[in-house]
Design a protein around this ligand. Structure first.
Ligand code: BG6
Length: 483
């Protein structure tokens, strides 16, 4: 791995503490960061380098998946320097440039620069422009920009943001994080069929009845009302994570492809998504908002009673949708997706339901038969299983039994470890490319407008439940139910 400078904008923020420092540390433990790396944290808090190193160490103590190794942690911390930074001040960029160059000279690092923007969305555009204007991004080596979501708040703003980034960075240099693409089970989807031809046979599309993707959470809006009350589940989860999961599920690749080919395949999938019109969105989309209830035994308030949320807010905390991918592979097979806050469980999973052969209701000994399911559990548990029916000879009844294809791997790397490593080696396979992002916004746009114009009901669901009943009806009209 080439030696490099890693500049972290937003180094005093929550993401840095919870995810980025621990990810870098675990990569360090695995020998997966360059020998010479200059990590420069930027923030408004006036820290000295040592103070900042203590902040990093505290974050590791609290959040690292593996405990700190006292013998070597200081070697890790020595890579970190801090620079007080105001993203709107020219002087800040000059100071940063000087620090980058000084460290490059001290450590004999070529001008390979990775910029990570973990900042408020409204700052992204200005930072990209200033990196270019100040000369920081004009390097003799490579340069890369990692951007966190949200990438825009609608189609127009995303296009505008992309245009601004492209002034300073080429598309190949922009790494848009969608942390769901860093989850090990999601990364598995790309090679699942190619590595398991038997599974490929099983996934014969003519045998699949429907595909269901669930990303449910028990947490509520937490302390993010200012952002979430504007975004809603549609922007926060559907536009990015869920549509990425749809693309990754629909890939079904029989061979190993290059990152570029995978990107093209994903674009093919999202291009084939049947558009939803705002006038008829109510037929395929369900939106909901949680009311007071009880989650895992604890009473919780309803969404509009949450701190910072407008009492009359019509924001969606739950979305379910029926999608069709109009390409030869998935023609006519419905994809159902759903996501909600304050539901009864934290679970992200993909379920493929197979067609049922039991059509003769009068035949004996079919009692208890349920559809075969291939279940890919993405988190918090990671597992792939097949649900089959086994007959109990004594009762002649069938009961569902699960065959597990995978064993729980202890100490799986976290999404951010995989993603940071890929960005450092220049592999963009598991990042969201611009066309995917743009086409996702394009598909979502009429739905957001339908929400805005109140063209479909806002269903309420008690916190701690599985979501609004209307989401069940969405499947029931097609003779299915959620798994
Ligand atoms: C984030 C959303 O992108 O994903 C959050 O902004 C959500 O609202 C989170 O809670 C869910 O991620 P995970 O990895 O816990 O499923």
């Amino acid at each position: 791995m080439p030696n490099m400078t890693f500049v972290l904008f937003g180094a005093t923020g929550d993401l840095a503490k919870r995810k980025l420092f621990p990810a870098l540390y675990n990569l360090f433990l695995d020998g997966k960061i360059p020998d010479a790396i200059s990590i420069i944290g930027l923030g408004r808090t006036p820290y000295l380098h040592d103070d900042f190193q203590s902040v990093v160490k505290n974050a590791l103590q609290e959040y690292s998946r593996r405990p700190i190794q006292t013998s070597s942690v200081q070697d890790f911390l020595n890579h970190f320097q801090y620079c007080i930074f105001d993203a709107t001040s020219e002087e800040s960029y000059q100071n940063l440039h000087e620090l980058i160059q000084r460290r490059e000279a001290e450590l004999d690092i070529p001008e390979n620069r990775l910029f990570y923007l973990s900042v408020a969305p409204q700052l992204v555009e200005g930072i990209a422009a200033n990196l270019s204007a100040s000369g920081i991004s004009q390097t003799k080596g490579w340069k890369r920009l990692i951007v966190e979501k949200p990438f825009g708040s609608d189609l127009k703003s995303a296009q505008h943001l992309n245009k601004c980034l492209s002034i300073a960075f080429h598309e190949d240099e922009v790494y848009r994080i969608d942390h769901y693409l860093g989850k090990p089970m999601v990364q598995n989807l790309e090679s699942l069929v190619f590595a398991n031809p038997a599974l490929g046979l099983l996934l014969d599309h003519t045998q699949i009845a429907n595909v269901q993707i669930t990303a449910s959470e028990t947490v509520g809006v937490e302390s993010r009302a200012a952002y979430y009350d504007q975004a809603g589940a549609i922007r926060d989860m559907v536009q990015n994570h869920l549509l990425q999961l749809v693309m990754m599920t629909a890939l079904n690749l029989p061979e190993k492809l290059t990152p570029k080919e995978i990107e093209n395949k994903k674009i093919e999938v999202i291009t084939s998504l049947r558009p939803i019109q705002k006038e008829t969105a109510y037929q395929d989309i369900v939106r909901g908002q949680y009311t007071a209830g009880e989650v895992l035994g604890t009473p919780v308030v309803g969404y509009t009673e949450e701190p910072g949320v407008d009492i009359s807010s019509m924001n969606d905390t739950y979305v379910a949708a029926r999608l069709y991918i109009d390409n030869p592979s998935w023609n006519g097979i419905p994809f159902y997706i759903r996501t909600g806050k304050r539901t009864n469980e934290k679970s992200t999973r993909i379920v493929l339901e197979f067609k049922s052969k039991v059509d003769d209701a009068n035949r004996l000994s079919t009692e208890g038969i349920t559809p075969n399911l291939l279940i890919v559990e993405i988190g918090p548990k990671e597992n792939i299983s097949l649900r089959v029916n086994m007959k109990d000879p004594s009762t002649n009844r069938f009961t569902p039994t699960s065959i597990n294809f995978s064993t729980t791997v202890e100490h799986q790397p976290e999404a951010y470890e995989l993603l940071l490593f890929d960005a450092m080696i220049g592999n963009a396979t598991f990042f969201a490319h611009w066309r995917e992002v743009e086409l996702s916004w394009k598909w979502i746009q009429p739905i957001m407008e339908a929400f805005q114009e109140n063209r479909l009901p806002l269903h309420s669901y008690p916190a701690g439940s599985i979501g609004p009943d209307a989401a069940n009806q969405l499947l029931q009209v097609d003779q299915f139910n959620w798994w």
